[in-house]
Unconditional design. Structure first.
Length: 116
């Protein structure tokens, strides 16, 4: 009975090792060649704490609720561009959502009035 238990453990360990080798590791930075660019930069925000990975491989933590400028998407990642001097990079698509617009008077119809 003891020999069967050891063989099951060995099989499980071999299975875990094979599975970990088959699952792609996304620690590498994305490639700009894979990006499908949008017509214009869109506002998104992070829905969880995430990490921006620059094209050089540098990892920058981004807290939940941070506004991001998304210029395009790959299959699994979003390409973030900066309108200031911060680095551009990639974040997971699952970690972001379109930014909600506030309903308070920011954008509305403009009425023309004449003064008399």
């Amino acid at each position: 009975m003891e020999n069967i238990r050891i063989s099951k453990r060995s099989a499980v360990m071999v299975g875990v090792v094979i599975f970990s080798l088959l699952v792609p590791m996304y620690a590498r930075p994305g490639s700009i060649d894979d990006v499908i660019f949008l017509n214009r930069v869109q506002d998104y925000e992070t829905i969880i704490d995430t990490t921006l990975v620059t094209q050089e491989g540098k990892r920058i933590p981004i807290p939940k609720g941070t506004r991001l400028n998304i210029a395009g998407f790959t299959r699994d990642e979003a390409f973030v561009v900066s309108r200031t001097d911060r680095p551009n990079g990639f974040v997971w698509r699952d970690d972001i959502a379109p930014r909600r617009r506030s309903s308070g008077g920011g954008e509305g119809t403009i009425r023309e009035e004449t003064l008399e």
